[in-house]
Design a binder for this molecule. Structure first.
Ligand code: ZN
Ligand code: ZN
Ligand code: ZN
Length: 389
């Protein structure tokens, strides 16, 4: 997929999302939803604005949808916003925050009841609070985070979103195959990470957000930063890579073992056993995915297998995270999260076993909860990749 051929979310979907968000705003008893630059704005309008000290803010209220932007951003906003949104501009140096509060209702007896996007800069939020204070209509304000309204919408992916997640997953699958089939021994982790990023872009990603290349003992550090360590024959590599395609994330982990072509440098018995347990655990967690199943039950399905083999202490992170416009978003597959899965939810399933100081392994797929069970978007083989490197 090259840049020009990348599919995008249709204007009809953005219009439907705006309408659903307005309905949810009303249903939550809010006067308005104030959405600054970030994934919520991108979700509702398609607009991937630059985060700046100058305010860009979508105001969803009973008066409709308006986006307050600096006049110099009008062209970019017209090009970026899809759906029925009024563009309200302010001049350089003028106060935009009064423009925002002017669109609030006084439906709550003098209280401005609003929700702001979770990623809104504190500097903007404080100015909005000050502007409400200056507005004679309001005695006070009640401010909450917009995720209370938007998480329900964003968590359940529609068919267009799932298609983009699938394209991103398949692109990442191809990069895994390319890296596993290439030279690794004698190169630094950082050098391989650079190749991963280049290949993700070549396979259609617009960003290559991360490339974890953990070799040897570094494979036991789940968020290892690719280093200047030189990869050697006879050790594992945890390869955890991803980025975004048309805004939607990829995130895949596969574990390799490089032999350098030496038959005596294959995986040892401990590693083979550890990986076998991990493979079974990842398959069990994926198989547990179905509508109505609690997020924590998927986590438990992986943990049960790993605990039973005595590796419980070596699996020290949650089993997965939601994915969409953000690399990590709701729902989280973690003990204590009783939220039931619903068709359309998309998340990673990524147990790992780490013998700190020695080596470790992880297997990660992006999985969608389908109407009848799991739909794994990644198709790269999940077995241990024993390669010459
Ligand atoms: Zn992670
Ligand atoms: Zn990952
Ligand atoms: Zn992940």
């Amino acid at each position: 997929v090259n840049a020009a051929d990348r599919p995008v979310i249709s204007p009809a979907r953005h219009a439907a999302r705006l309408e659903a968000a307005r309905a949810a705003t009303r249903a939550n008893g809010l006067d308005a939803l104030l959405v600054g630059v970030g994934p919520d704005l991108q979700y509702l309008t398609g607009y991937l604005a630059m985060p700046l000290e100058r305010l860009t803010m979508l105001v969803l209220s009973s008066r409709g949808a308006a986006i307050v932007v600096p006049r110099l951003e009008r062209g970019a906003t017209e090009a970026g916003v899809s759906g029925d949104v009024e563009i309200v501009t302010f001049e350089e140096g003028a106060d935009p925050y009064g423009l925002v509060t002017s669109r609030l209702d006084d439906g709550h007896a003098g209280v401005a009841t609003i929700a702001v996007s979770d990623r809104l800069w504190a500097s903007h939020l404080l100015e909005i609070q000050a502007a409400i204070g200056r507005d004679a209509r309001f005695r006070s304000s009640s401010i909450s985070v917009a995720s209370s309204v938007l998480r329900e919408l964003r968590m359940v992916k529609d068919a267009e979103e799932i298609e983009l997640l699938r394209l991103a997953a398949h692109a990442a699958d191809r990069v895994v195959a390319q890296i596993a089939g290439g030279r690794l021994v004698g190169r630094t982790e950082a050098d391989v990470a650079r190749e991963v990023r280049d290949r993700l872009l070549a396979e259609g990603h617009e960003t290559a957000a991360f490339a974890i290349v953990g070799s040897g003992p570094n494979s036991a550090s789940p968020h290892h930063e690719a280093s200047e360590r030189v990869i050697q024959a006879g050790e594992p590599i945890v390869l955890d890579i991803g980025g975004s395609l048309s805004g939607y994330g990829s995130d895949i982990t596969r574990t390799l073992w490089v032999t350098g072509g030496d038959a005596n440098k294959g995986p040892d018995e401990t590693f083979r056993h550890l990986f076998g347990v991990l493979y079974t655990a990842q398959a069990a967690a994926t198989a547990a995915v179905a509508p109505g199943v609690a997020c924590e039950a998927v986590d438990a399905a992986a943990r049960r297998v790993i605990d039973a083999e005595g590796y419980g202490e070596a699996f020290f992170h949650r089993t997965g995270h939601g994915i969409g416009l953000e690399e990590h978003e709701d729902p989280y597959l973690i003990a204590g999260n009783a939220e039931p899965l619903a068709p359309g939810m998309a998340f990673s399933v990524e147990p790992g076993i780490y013998l700190v100081g020695r080596y470790g392994a992880r297997i990660e797929d992006i999985v969608v909860c389908g109407p009848d069970g799991p739909i794994a978007l990644n198709e790269a083989p999940r077995e241990l990749y024993v390669v010459d490197g």
